[in-house]
Design a protein around this ligand. Structure first.
Ligand code: NAD
Length: 643
């Protein structure tokens, strides 16, 4: 190099460069480019004083650990917070150093970029940031050619899927996550168009689609982008003392083909969330949407735009028979969301082939309001929790228990709040509650409400409903009991039965008096009491002083107990449930024979007995036992031969 840039300065440039551009699946790290060839040209244009300063700085950086360089850069990026002189130096570091490094990087990658990417085996489907935006724009414009997805029979689908699994599992975790990022960008770009399609098929309020389909999808995708690498990387675990010298670890590997079977209440979310969990864990997916809300072509279209190959996620349109036929083709896992009845059928069919099933089923969620709760907030929470998505949510509030002292006041406020709800399939967000999605569900809601009313319950709101129309108004019911069907079966509509309780014990008993256990909420200013009660509710999820919020956090696992299901998804735990969890032990390739191998002998038996007793008695004996029995056992095992 000209201008006296010695090897130390070059080392500093390499280090600082890799801190600024560490590289990822879409671009190589700084040191992997041919930047050095450009440096003479760039330094020619530098002011001699700047050049010397830069050389000195880079030489210093050669001696610094990368974390220190990172720290300096972080501080330098806040240069405006420092006094003039120091601020100017930091500005130089921030702009000057980054400027030179970035110029070198892009001139270095320019000529040889393709060759570098190929050498590093970067997928051609993923582009460098330079052209990513243009490429993405083109992809987003492409509507998905449905003919690429000509319907196949279940056998053909499974065959195709097995091959696809090999392709997907060969992608690195980083490469898979890059597809998730692109999917997020595609969905952001197409929000309005997708909302129109969902609304046409479901008659939901537009804000419901935004808050309970889109927003959670983005939270979920972001979770995958940030957590997949950490959740699925090789995990080292402890090795017991008796196995000294070995290493123990867990590998999270793909399973094969995951069959996702979904319901109709959140048709887009229930497609994207499980499909992407399955994909990042390296599985191929066959997705069977509900026949009531198939959103035909939409899921393929967004996946296609994000670069997914058609065979990676195949979509099987059809009803329960289609799903059952697919189960017969023996996928490696079934991820089912839907009703208890169907869940049982699926589990029974899957048991013939021992296919692992994850069942996300119905709920009958209780909400308990103590007299010291923030009542204004709890009233709004109760009404939203019962009516959001027109009550068609597995975790909607289906039983509201209010402490007797505040019951009348609370009930009146709930009635007031429910009466103000605007029922409309709006175009601009100006509607609170849409219509029901499925005529069959309208009939179920009508039957349950009629049954309760015939036994003395009173409709405090919603009495204008004709028990036929899918435009059900919010219904608040008083005077229901636990012997009525309305408090036993899932309503899945905009109906809120409100009941009284005396004390903590009665509230817990009432909440637990159900076959379901999906989610619940406790409202009280007394945090200790709220937690005490929450621990005694038999449920998979619980919120304190909020409603339907635990499922909103994608770092938390989600799932039910009792009839509400089996398994957990979401969070690290949920992601790992899409994996074959492989336990690995690695031993040195030594000549030694393990003490528990043949040949057995009376002496080996006695030594093992002594070792077992001392190891598991605890205390000091553990260590003395190792010397007294472990070492002789080891010696004996190496020498022992069966005569
Ligand atoms: P459903 O059980 O009727 O149908 C769900 C899916 O199963 C559909 O795709 C359907 O075609 C398929 N299916 C039907 N019969 C089948 C069979 N024999 N074998 C395999 N698949 C079959 O449920 P739904 O009415 O669409 O949805 C409403 C239910 O979903 C409610 O009970 C609700 O609580 C539940 N749900 C649960 C969650 C959760 O996360 N726990 C989320 C949303 C909805």
């Amino acid at each position: 190099m000209k201008h006296g840039f010695n090897s130390l300065a070059v080392k500093g440039i390499l280090k600082a460069g890799d801190v600024i551009i560490p590289g990822d699946t879409t671009m190589p790290r700084f040191s992997q480019t041919t930047f050095i060839r450009e440096f003479d040209r760039i330094s020619e244009f530098m002011d001699p004083a700047d050049r010397s300063g830069f050389k000195l700085l880079m030489t210093l950086m050669a001696f610094m650990p990368s974390v220190v360089i990172l720290f300096i850069l972080k501080v330098a990026s806040h240069h405006q917070k420092f006094p003039d002189f120091i601020g100017a130096i930091l500005r130089q570091i921030n702009l000057g150093m980054k400027g030179v490094i970035l110029t070198m990087y892009y001139s270095g990658i320019g000529e040889q970029g393709d060759a570098i990417l190929q050498k590093l085996n970067y997928s051609t489907a993923i582009n460098t940031p330079v052209d990513q935006d243009i490429e993405l724009e083109n992809l987003m414009k492409q509507n998905h050619p449905l003919e690429n997805y000509a319907p196949l029979n279940p056998k053909e689908m499974m065959l195709k899927s097995r091959q696809a699994h090999l392709d997907i599992s060969a992608l690195s975790l980083k490469e898979r996550v890059a597809f998730i990022t692109r999917l997020r960008l595609v969905l952001l770009e197409r929000q309005e168009e997708i909302t129109d399609i969902i609304q046409k098929e479901t008659n939901k309020a537009r804000t419901d689609i935004m808050t309970s389909e889109f927003f959670p999808i983005f939270e979920h995708l972001e979770f995958l982008e940030h957590k997949t690498l950490e959740a699925l990387k090789e995990e080292k675990v402890a090795t017991p003392i008796a196995m000294m010298g070995k290493a123990s670890k867990i590998w999270y590997e793909s399973m094969g083909t995951v069959l996702v079977i979904s319901p109709w209440n959140y048709p887009f979310y229930q497609a994207i969330a499980p499909i992407t969990c399955s994909f990042v864990t390296g599985n191929a997916t066959i997705y069977k949407p509900s026949e009531i809300t198939p959103l035909k072509g939409l899921v393929e279209s967004v996946l296609f735009a994000a670069g997914f190959k058609p065979e990676w996620v195949q979509i099987a349109y059809g009803d329960g028979k289609t799903a059952a036929d697919l189960i017969s083709e023996r996928p490696q896992k079934i991820f089912f969301t839907g009703s208890v009845g169907t869940g049982k059928k699926i589990m029974s069919q899957a048991s013939q082939f021992l296919i692992p099933v994850e069942l996300e089923l119905g709920g009958k969620d209780p909400m308990i309001v103590f007299e010291d709760a923030n009542l204004a907030r709890a009233v709004k929470g109760a009404v939203w929790g019962a009516m959001t998505n027109t009550g068609q949510s597995c975790t909607s509030v289906e039983r509201l228990y209010v402490q007797e002292k505040i019951y009348n006041q609370f009930r009146d406020a709930v009635v007031g709040e429910a009466s103000r709800i605007k029922v409309a399939v709006d175009r601009d967000g100006d509607g609170d509650m849409g219509h029901m999605i499925s005529p069959k569900q309208v009939q179920i809601v009508a039957d349950l409400v009629k049954d309760a009313v015939s036994q003395g319950a009173k409709m405090l709101t919603g009495s204008s409903w004709d028990f036929k129309s899918s435009q059900i108004p919010p219904i608040v019911l008083e005077g229901t009991t636990h012997s009525m069907r309305i408090n036993k079966e899932e309503i899945f509509g905009p109906v809120l039965p409100i009941m009284k309780f005396r004390d903590e014990e009665e509230a817990i008993n009432l909440a637990n008096d159900s076959d379901f256990g999906l989610s619940a909420s406790i409202w009280s200013k007394d945090k200790a009491r709220a937690e005490r009660v929450a621990r005694q509710i038999v449920t998979g999820n619980i919120s304190i002083n909020n409603v339907m919020v635990s499922e909103g956090n994608h770092h938390l696992p989600f799932g039910g107990v009792k009839d509400s299901g089996i398994g957990r998804y979401k969070g690290v735990m949920g992601l790992r449930n899409f994996c074959n969890v492989k336990s690995v032990m690695v031993d040195a390739d030594s000549k030694k024979i393990e003490a528990n191998w043949y040949p057995y002998s009376p002496k080996k038996y006695e030594l093992f007995k002594g070792l077992t007793t001392s190891l598991f008695t605890g205390g000091l004996k553990k260590w003395t036992g190792l010397v007294r029995f472990g070492l002789p056992l080891e010696g004996h095992s190496q020498k022992a031969k069966r005569e």
